[in-house]
Design a protein around this ligand. Structure first.
Ligand SMILES: Nc1ncnc2c1ncn2[C@@H]1O[C@H](COP(=O)(O)OP(=O)(O)OP(=O)(O)O)[C@@H](O)[C@H]1O
Ligand SMILES: [Mg+2]
Length: 231
């Protein structure tokens, strides 16, 4: 599903920051992957490379057997819209739109979804994240956890092959964190949604079946959960 080969990312021109120093690993379909590591270890940078939100300085990334370097700009955009889904730390839902409008927004720009009744699908997604009763609320009428669940529904509306999440619970309280992580776990288990999530809370490892630890731009460990143990 996703293969990262010797990827580096260096920022700056005079003062160079080597955020990624050559990382390689593979992610299989249906995995719930967690990328862990201290602040500044390169987690977000890595997620951005995999999510086509930034370009590696060197190395290769393959998604669904395609080398993303070989895609045209148009194909990359199409990939971001139709194959990948994103959830960020900041909920990033638009305040001018209601919950349901936020969720069907990505369908408006997805030419492949033409003909699909957008509001029906968006309603379904919001029901899935338990927000069927908040369809017409604006973001200032929703709690942090509810806003993040709207963001999840939106990220899933085009049925992405991979869902990327960068510390999706960083701004949430304990209860909302549990709800959001439980929801992701459920998506992974029930429909086999492939999820790649960045976290710096070691407790979150219990949700994962593949845990990659980064340290200073390098992979410190790459383990799979087998019979409840990370090996
Ligand atoms: N656009 C940029 N320009 C210059 N340096 C950057 C840029 N983005 C990230 N860095 C640097 O790269 C390193 C890795 O950053 P990154 O954001 O990937 O860390 P992180 O593991 O996600 O940290 P956190 O847990 O705090 O989010 C850091 O030293 C950071 O300062
Ligand atoms: Mg980060």
């Amino acid at each position: 599903m996703l293969k990262v080969e010797n990827v580096t990312r260096t920022f700056g021109t005079k003062v160079l920051t080597h955020a990624l120093k050559g990382v390689s690993f593979e992610i299989k379909k249906g995995e719930f992957v967690i990328i862990m590591g201290k602040s500044g270890s390169g987690k977000s940078t890595l997620l951005h490379q995999m999510g086509l939100l930034d370009t590696p300085t060197s190395g290769e990334i393959y998604i669904a057997d395609k080398n993303i370097k070989e895609l045209s700009t148009g194909q990359q955009t199409e990939f971001r819209l139709t194959t990948l889904g994103y959830i960020f730390q900041e909920y990033a839902i638009l305040p001018e739109l209601t919950a349901i409008e936020n969720v069907y927004l990505p369908m408006m720009v997805n030419t492949k979804s033409e003909g699909t009744p957008k509001s029906e699908k968006a309603k379904e997604m919001l029901e899935m994240v338990d927000l069927g009763h908040r369809l017409n609320h604006y973001s200032n009428e929703l709690s942090g956890g509810e806003q993040q669940r709207v963001a999840i529904a939106r990220a899933l509306i085009n049925s992405p092959q991979i869902l990327f999440a960068d510390e999706p619970c960083a701004n949430l309280d304990t209860l909302s964190t549990k709800t959001v992580l439980g929801l992701l776990e459920n998506l992974n288990k029930s429909i086999g949604q492939t999820i790649v999530m960045v976290s710096h809370d070691p407790d979150d490892q219990r949700y994962a079946d593949h845990v990659i630890w980064l340290e200073d731009g390098l992979i410190k460990s790459d383990k799979y959960k087998i019979k409840g143990e990370l090996i």
